[in-house]
Ligand binder design. Structure first.
Ligand code: ATP
Ligand code: MG
Length: 679
């Protein structure tokens, strides 16, 4: 059990938690939610011991083993498999000991040496050494890697993929408490579904931070909400939390306005009779009553955050013309082509969503347009006066952790020099940062200490300031909380320039883009269709990729058979893999049917409770309808006044309930429909 009692937690002057108490029970799956900068990651720092409480008591069982995803980018040349394998620290430790013993000169004391070896072998067996490799590999494959990548060095992967390996490494570690801070940021849909399935089988206590509602609903049953330095526990997943919170807010708002009425009444009485001697005493007691009254806080409308892109000073048309271009990387072994034969133009005011499965070259395309890479062939011609605002997928690349937001703005203003279209006076820069919710002390806070969402917001602010006419946004919503995502969608809709957007956020793509490009199989083309068509395309494509993987697998196997030892190893690994607790890797051969079945089952599991509730709502509505008719009929006959009043009241109650139920009915239907479409 984890217990917080009157915990106070501070970061410099900021009070993030103010005397909060909460208990988490073993085995609970907890979603930790709240606005960017509310203190979610800081609470993790308390739980994992890297930060101490500033007040109150904090308890976590000492013997609990904890697993969490390291936040740094791994820079090792270990193979992917070894890197993940070493996530099991106990096992890694035992393996090191074994190696040391094997290397040691055994002759000095054969007996002790033998005993030590025997003990180590027992410990290794206990730690699950025999199937550790296939377990590690099934995690890696589950997260979307291909089988030929298992032995590739970690630092040969791109940033997003390396973070996936960090996640696999954390899952590899046997644990009683699993801490996941926004684990879905680097995942695509396939890997996301796999992770959900894996987490559902996780037996320990889990706390996960996420801004992804569907993911939270799938894997949590308790919700902790950080808001205004308070931590409130709700039994239920994110949707349940939203409903409960809305109800609570409604209740509180009602109680607040009732109390306000009462206060006004008392105050009026006091004001009127203060001067009258005969009433002075009564007035006095009202004053006391007023003082004693425990004031209900008003609902603070969550300080809504909005921003806008400035009107571009000019709009070249066309913005860009790409002709016969080839995109990719220059390597020591020559050019590595990712996309070729690209012929597209970008016009003023277009809203282009760039679609494509993972690793197909979306970021390569965007980076080249952003002038961060050179095309390997052909030309990219820019319109006169083109001004690009680029939000990179690894948005941290443009930030310097030692500098504060103000310094970032000053540097930006200097870089743009006379080209800057906005005032670069320090006070103006401060004011500007204020409009992006960086107020007071925050303009002087080192970027390295800011929360993920705050950093992403700063990058947005820097882009907006440059008054671009072409926005290139590569996964801009990672880290952003829901309210900020909405603000971004609104700002993009108002923007007069051109938008090119890469995003997994279907809501954002839907609300911003009106045409799509598809990046895949080495080419870029227009995509005729909407996002639902795209979803189907993705399914087909992942089937095709699985076929390719199968083919590769077959070749690999054929090669492996040449060596008997390798063959034996493969057989053993296959057997162990079958036994491994982790779900089947997404790209394993012959597992397509199983995967489909799993997907169907997952869908059924998700929709079952909704359908059940829908049925109940239906029945209740039918019942209420009957009651209503009966009552109405009754009311149409002559009745004694008391009964009329009584029936009228009942009728009103029925009406209210029906209205609520109708809304719920609609919401449920919508949810079921969305889930079915997404599957
Ligand atoms: N060393 C520090 N000095 C000053 N402020 C800090 C420091 N570390 C963190 N903060 C501030 O504390 C607040 C909480 O940060 P935290 O990372 O816990 O937020 P979060 O809830 O995880 O947000 P996000 O959703 O963006 O990840 C932020 O406003 C952050 O800027
Ligand atoms: Mg955080």
């Amino acid at each position: 059990m984890i217990t917080l009692k009157n915990i106070v937690l501070r970061r410099s002057a900021k009070v993030l938690l103010d005397k909060v108490s909460v208990t988490l029970n073993p085995g609970e799956k907890v979603g930790l939610v709240g606005r960017n900068g509310a203190g979610k990651s800081t609470l993790f720092a308390l739980l994992n011991g890297s930060l101490h409480e500033d007040g109150g008591d904090f308890y976590i069982p000492a013997q609990w083993r904890m697993a969490q995803v390291a936040q740094n980018m791994p820079e090792t040349d270990e193979s992917a498999t070894d890197f993940v394998l070493n996530g099991d620290t106990r096992l890694a430790e035992l393996r090191t000991q074994l190696r040391a013993l094997e290397d040691a000169d055994a002759s000095y004391d054969d007996h002790d040496h033998g005993m030590a070896m025997a003990q180590l072998y027992t410990d290794l067996a206990d730690a699950g050494d025999h199937d550790a490799v296939p377990r590690a590999q099934s995690l890696i494959l589950g997260l979307g890697f291909q089988s030929h990548e298992l032995d590739r060095p970690v630092n040969s992967f791109s940033g997003g993929w390396r973070m996936r390996l960090q996640l696999a490494r954390a899952l590899m570690c046997p644990s009683d408490l699993l801490l996941l801070d926004e684990p879905t940021n680097h995942l695509d849909l396939d890997a996301l579904v796999w992770l959900e399935a894996w987490l559902k089988r996780y037996a320990g206590t889990m706390i996960v931070i996420s801004h992804d509602r569907e993911f939270l609903d799938a894997v949590t049953n308790v919700t902790l909400h950080i808001d205004n330095a308070q931590l409130v526990r709700y039994g239920g997943n994110y949707s349940a939390f939203e409903t409960l919170q809305a109800q609570q807010m409604e209740l509180q708002a009602a109680a607040f306005s009732k109390q306000q009425d009462k206060i006004a009444h008392l105050q009026k009485f006091i004001d009127r009779f203060k001067a009258k001697a005969s009433k002075a005493k009564q007035a006095q007691s009202r004053v006391k009553a007023l003082e004693r009254m425990e004031k209900i806080a008003p609902i603070l409308a969550n300080a809504e955050f909005t921003f806008e892109f400035k009107e571009p000073t000019n709009l070249p048309n066309p913005m860009l013309a790409i002709s016969d271009a080839a995109f990719g990387y220059q390597t020591d072994e020559g050019n590595k082509y990712i996309l070729s034969g690209v012929n597209r133009s970008v016009l003023a005011g277009q809203r282009i969503g760039i679609l494509g499965a993972n690793g197909q070259g979306k970021s390569t395309l965007v980076k080249t347009i952003a002038r961060e890479m050179k095309p390997l062939g052909g030309t990219v011609t820019e319109g006169k006066g083109l001004s690009i605002g680029y939000f990179a997928q690894q948005e941290l690349d443009v930030l310097r952790s030692g500098e504060n937001p103000l310094e970032h703005m000053i540097r930006l203003a200097k870089e743009l020099g006379p080209n800057a279209r906005e005032s670069s006076r320090e006070q103006d820069l401060r004011n500007y940062l204020g409009t992006f919710n960086f107020s007071g002390d925050m303009v002087k806070q080192a970027v390295g200490t800011m929360s993920g969402g705050e950093k992403a917001r700063l990058v947005l602010a820097m882009i907006v300031w440059q008054r671009p006419n072409l926005l290139l946004l590569d996964e801009p919503t990672n880290h952003l909380d829901l309210a900020t995502r909405e603000a971004l969608a609104m700002a993009l809709n108002e923007f007069e320039g051109t938008v090119m957007l890469v995003s997994h956020d279907r809501a954002l793509l839907r609300s911003v883009c009106d045409e799509f490009w598809l990046v895949g199989r080495g080419v870029v083309g227009p995509f005729d269709g909407d996002l639902d068509d795209y979803q189907r395309y993705l399914l087909d494509e992942s089937k095709r990729l699985r076929e390719v993987a199968k083919e590769t697998q077959r070749t690999l196997e054929a090669e492996a058979q040449a060596s008997q030892a390798a063959a034996a190893e493969a057989a053993r690994a296959a057997e162990a893999a079958a036994k491994a607790a982790a779900p089947a890797p997404a790209i394993a051969s012959r597992d397509q049917r199983k995967l489909d079945a799993q997907a169907r089952q997952a869908l059924a599991e998700k929709t079952r409770p909704l359908k059940k509730e829908l049925e109940q709502v239906d029945q209740r509505m039918a019942q209420l309808g009957q009651d209503k008719t009966a009552l109405e009929e009754r009311l149409s006959t002559p009745l004694p006044p008391a009964e009329i009043a009584e029936s009228g009241k009942k009728l009103k109650a029925i009406g209210d309930e029906l209205e609520r139920l109708e809304e719920r009915w609609l919401a449920l239907n919508e949810q079921i429909e969305t889930l079915t479409q997404a599957a």
